[in-house]
Write a protein of this length. Structure first.
Length: 420
């Protein structure tokens, strides 16, 4: 849809204006378009082929590594990088493998610091996996702006001297919106990075940063870290544009011209993760929509089905989606703040409020409630609500503020708090 395309273009331009140049000796001509990259589904690197059963390998174990170059076709300075195939766990407890992309700083003048950048690739197709697009893989014209934006952010973080790791946290079956799985995959990706680079997990500070779809992974990784990765030296997490409670997000965008088309996409991702037969619940028209979106990414989920409603997407007896027992249980489990325990490191949270309710897709009150919940649990939380900002406006503001906040945490400055 034209409205969202314009917003993405403005967001990309705003972020590009804030990034830090990366000192590198790579030749400028290497940034030219790169053709012929093999899609992840056909790239043997993505397949674990070891003799030991994957289920018997510890989560976070590096399985393969390879050297790659980032930045081709995005107009950004090319960067040498390493990719790691690592073992993680999906929503149903199955051992699976996915990839994280690691950029080391050009100079090692400071002690190692790891910044996990969590992409908002929001994908149901591997053509938008960060491990593919950051290398110059073609995600399709509708997704190119987001690819360039994220390459710019990775360049900026690397230019600040961080080891940057970018996990494909939806895993290879593209379980978009499956928050707990994304959090687990993120933590395992960081662990794999530390192991592959032979870094001391207790001594190496780690920060996480994610906006929109990336905030799903960032928040759940923060909630799960004290129990799943207690030896990780997590110094803070910056997240923004947060879908804190899907039971409120879906009704908020239902029938809207810009964002209603994410509803079937989110349902597909959830159904894949939890093993639901989505067709059982969908109307004939809903099945058509699902077939179309099942191989798309966020940039494409726009315009073909304007003003989409849950009522028309579902069979009549399931039109009250949130009351359907299977979806009610899943939505409850995916509500942020529902993990046992709470984050063990400071948080920075930013969101927009465009219409008095939210940023047109994320509900402001849900994000404020989540922050208040963490505050009550003793977590230092710093929040920013941007009045009048839509989702893209807030995203452009988030990236430089998140980078500055993380830099202060890495420097050892005590975390500020807006908790009352």
């Amino acid at each position: 849809m034209r409205l969202r395309s314009t917003a993405l273009a403005l967001l990309a331009a705003a972020v590009a204006a804030t990034v830090t140049a990366v000192p590198t000796g790579a030749p400028a001509e290497a940034a030219a378009a790169s053709d012929g990259l093999v899609r992840p589904a056909k790239d043997p690197f993505y397949t674990y082929d070891g003799a030991k059963p994957l289920r018997k390998i510890a989560p976070g174990t590096p399985l393969k590594t390879r050297d790659v170059t980032l930045g081709a076709s995005t107009g950004q300075t090319p960067l040498p990088a390493e990719q790691i195939l690592y073992r993680t766990t999906d929503t149903q407890g199955h051992a699976v493998a996915t990839v994280t992309t690691v950029v080391e700083p050009a100079t090692g003048t400071t002690a190692p610091r790891v910044a996990a950048y969590l992409s908002f690739y929001d994908a149901l197709s591997a053509k938008c996996d960060p491990s593919y697009t950051l290398r110059g893989g073609d995600p399709g014209a509708a997704n190119q702006q987001l690819t360039g934006l994220e390459q710019a952010t990775v360049n900026s973080l690397a230019g600040q001297g961080y080891i940057v790791t970018v996990p494909d946290f939806e895993n290879q079956d593209l379980h978009w919106v499956a928050g707990r799985e994304a959090g687990v995959s993120t933590l395992d990706g960081i662990e794999a990075t530390l192991r592959a680079l032979k870094l001391d997990r207790r001594a190496t500070p780690v920060g996480m940063m994610g906006y929109s779809g990336g905030s799903i992974a960032a928040d759940w990784a923060s909630e799960l870290q004290p129990h799943r990765a207690p030896r990780m030296n997590l110094v803070g997490t910056a997240l923004g544009g947060i879908p804190a409670n899907l039971r409120h997000n879906l009704p908020y965008v239902d029938g809207t011209p810009e964002w209603s088309d994410v509803i079937p996409g989110a349902m597909i991702g959830i159904s894949r993760a939890y093993g639901l037969n989505l067709d059982h619940y969908l109307s004939k028209w809903g099945r058509k929509v699902a077939r179309t979106e099942s191989h798309q990414c966020i940039g494409e989920m726009s315009g073909e089905f304007p003003n989409l409603t849950i009522k028309h997407l579902m069979k009549k007896r399931y039109e009250h989606l949130l009351a359907v027992p299977a979806f009610h249980r899943i939505m409850k489990r995916l509500k942020m703040g529902s993990a046992k325990g709470h984050p063990g490191a400071p948080m920075f949270m930013l969101w927009g409020n465009h219409d008095g309710k939210g940023d047109d897709v994320m509900v402001a009150a849900d994000q404020a409630r989540l922050a208040a919940e963490y505050c009550a649990q003793g977590v230092p939380v710093s929040t920013v609500e941007l009045q009048g900002a839509n989702h893209s406006d807030a995203g452009a503001a988030f990236i430089p503020q998140a980078e500055a906040w993380l830099a202060a945490r890495f420097a050892g400055t005590p975390a500020p708090s807006t908790c009352s």
